[in-house]
Write a protein that binds this ligand. Structure first.
Ligand SMILES: [Zn+2]
Length: 519
């Protein structure tokens, strides 16, 4: 094993600067606890004094026991022409009571003279004074060198002088930041290499993803001598985001064989990634490397056939090692192997040469030619297989339905009636709704609840409509995809028809049947 790499998470500070991301103090605490349990080395909680939420987070965080991580508070170098102890920023950062403080300072002369309007030597004094003041107060200081790479390219001697000022004042780590995200991996490697030769403090790397190189640049920094990497879960951050730790962590472990996060945590990576998205109220990106839903999904018949024989023939790691799973997509590209593997995944035993296997494969292909799609509707596929194998009887049958729309004084009301048969009993119910599908859902649910009370827990969580064949105008086919949940499990069902109501009812019926089948 090569030397340890420190994982510095800034999801709660740099990550929360991403568009659409807004954490409350409690959200931050929950994420921090999850990160601590996972085993990152540092958690940067925010910028004390910048807002009351961050101050509240640090107040709560200082009362807790952290098992693995050290909590860091973020701030900047003292203001120009002001004694460090008189600067309010210092009082605020000390009040956060964190063991670690991270101080950002200027490397690039352009920023020193044009933005800050300070003299170059004054900036050096601001860096030195701030770091020394905080180390004197017992803090471990990480110095974030803003625009480290752009600054170095502009004036290498001055850039080095700023980093040396922080080192001399006692910073334990100098983190070089590609703040604008415009550098290439070879530039990062060259400049980190120079810093490695000239500094003795631990070197860190902080990159942004503006060129789609956030992770690549972070790794280039590590390969060139940095042993501390800063980033965010799921790559949150300003503009196009920060270096994505959700990729860095497994790359360190599986590809570079360097110790970063604890090996025992790697199978919880997907859960961590989903948890953070959940708290941020963002949809989990299905195409995210390592942890996305499609990261180990196989569609082409040849791939599927091969992974059935040797899993690693089309997989770079075993998906379970990062908490993900192999998925076989059923589509018109699929051969029999897809169906067999999908059936096994759904809990059915199908023999390759069994007549049912041929029937199911042919039926899936026939339905797909009509516009059905099973990739997001695995529950409908499970029902199709289950019925063909005659493992189960249908729990209910819809004998008939009626939907009407009435418009009155500019507002419209939809009403649906449904007749359902269970064994030799029938139920005939009526419901109103915002729209026809909503009314139909209400009536079907009311009818079924008389026989199956558990159905009341099932909820429709998403409803998508796609027109399949645009040229036919209103006679076009409609595909309806419904997502349902009973609070414990989620499933998808599909319906296709020229009539949107019929397509919706098919998907609704499948959803209810699946809920009952799984009981
Ligand atoms: Zn940043």
């Amino acid at each position: 094993m090569r030397p340890d790499v420190e994982i510095y998470d800034t999801t709660l500070r740099d990550g929360s600067q991403g568009e659409g991301i807004n954490f409350s103090a409690l959200d931050k605490l929950r994420i921090a606890e999850k990160l601590d349990a996972f085993g990152v080395h540092y958690i940067e909680g925010g910028w004390p004094g910048s807002n009351p939420k961050d101050m509240e987070f640090f107040k709560q965080a200082s009362k807790r026991k952290w098992k693995h991580a050290r909590i860091a508070a973020f701030s900047m170098t003292r203001r120009k022409a002001m004694a460090v102890e008189k600067d309010d920023l210092m009082r605020q950062i000390l009040e956060a009571e964190t063991p670690v403080v991270t101080i950002v300072g200027k490397t690039w002369l352009l920023h020193v003279t044009e933005v800050l309007r300070a003299r170059p030597d004054e900036n050096l004094a601001m860096i030195g004074d701030t770091v020394r003041y905080l180390t004197d107060h017992g803090k471990a200081v990480i110095y974030d060198a803003e625009h480290a790479f752009d600054g170095f390219k502009d004036d290498p001697d001055y850039a080095l002088a700023t980093w040396q000022a922080a080192e001399k004042a006692g910073a334990e780590c100098i983190a070089l930041c590609d703040t604008n995200g415009g550098c290439l991996p070879r530039e990062i490697a060259r400049i980190v290499g120079v810093a490695r030769d000239r500094l003795t403090a631990r070197l860190g790397i902080h990159t942004h993803n503006d060129c789609g190189l956030g992770v690549a640049n972070g790794l280039a920094g590590l390969e060139a001598g940095a042993t501390h990497i800063q980033g965010t879960i799921n790559g949150y951050g300003e503009r196009t985001g920060n270096c994505n730790l959700t990729s860095v962590i497994p790359i360190l472990h599986f590809k570079l064989k360097r110790a970063g996060a604890p090996a025992r945590s790697l199978p919880k990576l997907k859960e961590l990634s989903e948890f953070v998205d959940e708290i941020a109220n963002l949809r989990h990106d299905p195409r995210q490397p390592w942890v996305g839903q499609t990261a180990f999904a196989h569609k082409g018949g040849m791939h599927v056939h091969a992974i059935d024989r040797v899993a690693h023939s089309y997989e770079h790691i075993n998906p379970a090692e990062v908490g993900n799973q192999r998925r076989v997509l059923v589509s018109d590209m699929s051969g029999r192997t897809n169906i067999l593997m999908k059936a096994a995944e759904l809990g059915f035993k199908l023999a390759p040469e069994a007549p049912e296997t041929r029937v199911i494969t042919a039926e899936v292909k026939r339905r797909e030619s009509l516009g059905f799609e099973y990739e997001a509707a695995e529950a409908s596929l499970a029902l199709l297989i289950g019925k063909t194998l005659a493992h189960r009887e249908l729990p209910f049958k819809v004998d008939g339905y009626h939907v009407s729309i009435r418009s009155h004084n500019g507002s419209s009301v939809c009403e649906a009636t449904v007749k359902v048969r269970v064994g030799d009993q029938t139920a005939h119910t009526v419901a109103e709704g915002d729209g026809p599908v909503n009314a139909l859902d209400g009536a079907l649910r009311a009818a079924l609840a008389r026989f199956f009370p558990a159905i009341t827990h099932v909820q429709l969580t998403d409803y998508k409509v796609r027109i399949l064949d645009g040229v036919a105008g209103t006679a076009a086919k409609t595909r309806v995809l419904i997502s349902s949940s009973d609070g414990k499990r989620d499933w998808g069902t599909v319906g296709v028809s020229e009539n949107i109501i019929t397509a919706s009812l098919q998907a609704l019926v499948d959803s209810m049947e699946f809920a009952l089948m799984k009981q």
